[in-house]
Design a binder for this molecule. Structure first.
Ligand code: 5GP
Length: 212
């Protein structure tokens, strides 16, 4: 048995941040560069934005369907964010983890808290902060896909969202996207090396000791 085939528990990487801190870009680059990662595609009741695709960015549903999914216990967690509902579909995540894939979750602090309660040690929580208020402001405005009202609401929410930073395991200040991606990759490498995640270790060491 080669050391790179030691059975390992899948890890759930939660990335949270206030809107405009650069989380979406960071998660896209992580996914492009690491084939062992997959993204949890959430279900939402919010309207689709230009450039978004159903099934890739979100599963877009109406509130009635969302409620049915809650009742059928199809979500690992769900929360109301900016007046819309968002939820993490259970079966896709369980499928990815059982295939040995690590899963990224782009969810807010409410989702992170709910997942912490149920997934405990499988969770690695990373909070991304913008480097300054000016930069956050600039990024929220250049996004320009939402109406002024929505941008204003997000600005107001950013302070609230950031107040949850201390509930996370790691904090990344996103001044430079490449540096931030490297930082999250380093976190992943370290977390994957944790003894308790490498469930095949005792078998591997036994073989080393017995010489076969
Ligand atoms: P947006 O509408 O800009 O795509 O996302 C708004 C917020 O909802 C972001 O903070 C994002 O992390 C959060 N969010 C997206 N999907 C989920 C989800 O499935 N669960 C929770 N709790 N939050 C989510």
């Amino acid at each position: 048995m080669a050391f790179d085939r030691i059975a390992r528990r899948g890890l759930m990487l939660v990335l949270s941040s206030p809107s405009g801190a650069g989380k979406t870009t960071i998660s896209r680059l992580l996914l492009e560069r690491d084939p062992a990662l997959s993204m949890s595609v959430s279900t939402t009741t919010r309207p689709m934005r230009p450039g978004e695709e159903d099934g890739r960015d979100y599963h877009f549903v109406d509130p009635t369907e969302f409620n049915l999914m809650i009742n059928r216990q199809e979500f690992l967690e769900h929360a109301k964010v900016f007046g819309n509902y968002y939820g993490t579909p259970r079966s896709a995540v369980e499928g990815a983890l059982s295939r040995g894939s690590d899963v990224i979750f782009d969810i807010d602090w409410q989702g992170a808290q709910q997942l912490s309660q149920m997934a405990g040690g499988d969770l690695v929580r990373v909070f991304i902060l913008p480097p300054s208020t000016e930069e956050l402001d600039r990024r929220l405005h250049t996004r320009a896909q939402d109406s002024d009202d929505v941008v204003a609401a997000r600005m107001a929410k950013a302070a609230d969202e950031m107040s949850h930073w201390a509930e996370y395991d790691f904090i990344v200040i996103n001044e430079d996207v490449e540096k931030s991606v490297a930082q999250v990759q380093a976190i992943l490498t370290a977390e994957r090396s944790r003894r308790e995640r490498q469930v095949g270790l005792s078998e591997f060491v036994k073989r080393l000791q017995e010489g076969y």
